[in-house]
Design a protein around this ligand. Structure first.
Ligand SMILES: *Cc1c(COP(=O)(O)O)cnc(C)c1O
Length: 360
């Protein structure tokens, strides 16, 4: 039996995609081998990676003057990769702090002998808000401004793209990429780990504007160097072949459903239904400001936290898995990425209503 998995990551994948991967597991693309067993230099795998790149470019409308790189080391790797590729020691860089993932990116940047300016910080609201558009300004002379469009732990999401003029805008889109359309031309660098919305763990996608290539510090590991990886079609070394293959299947699945406009409509409907259920009850609560609520990660608490364990065990019995909130926040968190169908969200809403009726 397939359950509804509300994990924040690695997260649920579409059943159709898993079925296809399973069907071709032992004989992929007529090779008589699984995709995990073929050489990354084989014509079959090179075509597979090129198709994933082209499909992503088409789906997201990535302009011609951007490279799409398939790297490893996760978003964490890019917390270091961004400063190593875009700065020299002593440079000024700007960061927006909207919660736990922002903080990790900031603390990693501090290891690179930079003047790290936190130009907006939502501490005053305990990270339940995003800054007003007009309050995000890059510090003078910044090499880039970094922000986190969706804070996976706090459940806080930007409804707009900051305008920072000519300063390259860098975004950690790990938990929101592919969930709605985005104007890539507004960004210098977009990066995201695959395991939330794009496939299995092990792959991080980096979309980088051409003029930002070739600035890396000499200490940058070759596998994190945007220019070197771009020149090698992301195959300087062995790429995470299975994850790249799965990304391709996911991208075709998204395209088959109507692309990012259609995903956005689906995701908005799911989020509205769940927030509606939370707001319509005095038993459940979500602390995030309505205009900053994430479409992807919905944290909520019960009126009496002593009931948390019972809520979770009953949910698990009903096939609603991994709803426990992040260890730093407590309560619950429902992650409802692209692969979560409306039926899963509705099943959760029904369970919540029944639990409130019997325990509220
Ligand atoms: C999950 C997540 C990360 C961490 O990604 P790794 O692939 O584990 O390095 C970073 N940023 C955001 C916004 C995330 O959701």
């Amino acid at each position: 039996m397939r359950v509804y998995n509300f994990s924040a990551g690695p997260a649920m994948l579409p059943a159709d995609v898993l079925k296809q991967a399973s069907d071709e597991m032992t004989d992929w693309a007529g090779t008589g081998m699984s995709v995990m067993e073929v050489s990354h230099r084989s014509k079959e795998f090179v075509a597979c990676a090129a198709d994933a790149e082209a499909t992503m470019r088409r789906l997201m409308g990535v302009p011609d003057d951007y490279r799409i790189l398939f790297l490893q080391g996760g978003a964490f790797g890019q917390f270091a990769g961004v400063p190593m590729n875009l700065t020299a020691p002593g440079d000024v860089v700007s960061y927006v702090n909207t919660g736990q993932w922002s903080k990790k990116a900031i603390s990693q940047a501090r290891a690179y002998d930079l003047d790290v300016q936190v130009v907006a910080d939502e501490a005053a609201s305990s990270y339940t808000t995003v800054p007003a558009p007009s309050s995000i300004r890059a510090a003078e002379g910044s090499s880039y401004l970094h922000y986190t469009p969706n804070e996976t732990i706090g459940g806080v999401e930007f409804g707009y793209v900051p305008d920072v003029g000519d300063v390259p805008l860098v975004a950690d889109m790990s938990s929101t990429i592919l969930s709605r359309p985005v104007d890539v031309s507004k960004f210098g660098v977009i990066y995201g780990g695959a395991q939330k919305n794009m496939g299995p763990a092990g792959l991080v996608v980096v979309i980088v504007r051409d003029d930002l290539l070739g600035r890396a510090r000499s200490i940058t590991p070759n596998v994190l160097n945007y220019k070197l990886m771009s020149d090698a079609d992301s195959m300087l070394n062995t790429p995470p072949t299975f994850s790249v293959y799965m990304l391709g299947l996911i991208l075709h699945w998204v395209e088959g459903l109507g692309g990012l406009e259609a995903m956005s409509a689906r995701n908005l409907a799911k989020a509205q239904a769940l927030y509606g259920a939370i707001d319509g009850s005095s038993f459940y609560d979500n602390p995030v400001a309505p205009d900053a609520r994430s479409w992807m990660n919905v944290p909520f608490t019960l009126a009496d936290s002593a009931l948390d364990a019972e809520f979770l065990s009953g949910a698990s019995e009903a096939g609603l898995k991994t709803l426990k909130g992040h260890r730093s926040v407590g309560g619950m968190r429902a992650s409802i990425y692209n692969a979560m169908p409306m039926e899963g969200v509705q099943a959760l809403i029904d369970y919540m209503a029944e639990f409130e009726r019997t325990h509220g």
